[in-house]
Design a protein around this ligand. Sequence first.
Ligand SMILES: [Zn+2]
Length: 450
Amino acid sequence: MTIKLFNTINRKKEEFIPVNKDKVTMYVCGPTVYSHPHIGNARAAVIPDILFRLLSSKYDEVVYIRNITDVDDKISEAANKSNKTVNDISSKFTKIYHANMRSLGIISPTFEPKVTDSIPAIINAIQNILDLGYAYISEKHVLFDTVKYKEYGQLSKKNFDEMIDGARVEIASYKKCPRDFVLWKPSDSTMPGWDSPWGIGRPGWHIECTSMIKEIIGKESTLDIHGGGNDLIFPHHENEIAQGNCMSSAKYCNYWFHNGIVLVDKKKMSKSLGNVILIEDLLKNHSPITIRLALLSAHYRQPLNWTDRTITDSHTLITKYRSSIGNIEVTEKPKQTDNEILDILSDDLNTPEAITYLSKLSRYAKNNTQDAKKLINAALFLGINLLDKSQSTKVEQVDEDLINKLILERNESRSQGNYKKADEIRDKLVAMRVKIKDLDGKTVWEYISN
Ligand SMILES: [Zn+2]
């Protein structure tokens, strides 16, 4: 099975060949946690989730990293407005994000680094870039010197003027060139800040992702796939490439994977238009699998235009699929692979074609148990469990704090040699449908899927 992906940097569909065939690495820019997740956030999580499932069916190990941006001016603003601390806001919305994504059947990433836990790595990376001469200090800021990096612009293919006109390029007195970007900025007492060689401050957004990637995969390793919404191509991902290529002899990343935006009735979602659709509101009236199927209904590279029809069409399909499988008894554990669904998804993640395939199977499933089973398996590969009768409209509430506390207790028991207690805690977690894995000295967890 050959997986083909559209690689933004080369503007074409290419065969995916990982650096190391036994271990694929993939990073996706995660949420900035300051408000309730909307359908745009959900699409940005469900598309890489399908890619992760596809890669996991072919490769022994897929390391999937998705970060949490828990330092940002938007979070500080939300905290100031509501008289809360930055940490109150970011932990509240991280939990809500996790609960919403879990409801939509999104598998937890292998690693989920938070910016606040990665400050030493970020400071190291900035110092490294400064030492190599690709950055300069000005008015308490550390800035990346884009003139020094000759290949700047290779991802977005923008010329100099287009970059300056870009809405996200800030023109400021401390910059040598307007397209230079901040690696570190000073914080006053109202902003979160950390001690650094350049004074109390906080990192710029772009260096956070690069540092977290390098900290996990290793500084001299090339990332296989870097994903995110296509609104991140410039300047965020362009800047990541500049930083990553300068600080290491290894190429930063081989495949750039971008999903299109979500529109509501052909308009961009915005607070001012009042057309932001939140996941938790959708979950009040629709089953998670209906929402998931709706999010997969457009090709990932195209915009997804969300209308009332999007969700009702999806509901109709789910109802049809369910009625076509009837009360089929599936005694054996459903196989997670179906060659046809794998072939369809291997061609640049063609989810609309995958849905057409489900509908085709559904036409024959009523009279043919084999087709019914195929339908169940193919849907399951897309993260849609047609047999799960518990698919209700309620958001699953899970106590993540308790899970983390139990993991900590288990690790303590293990380090004290009390393996009996460690095993008991593991069993308790399994009863909570939580599977734990010890990876590179860290314990990660995920929900046990059906
Ligand atoms: Zn990022």
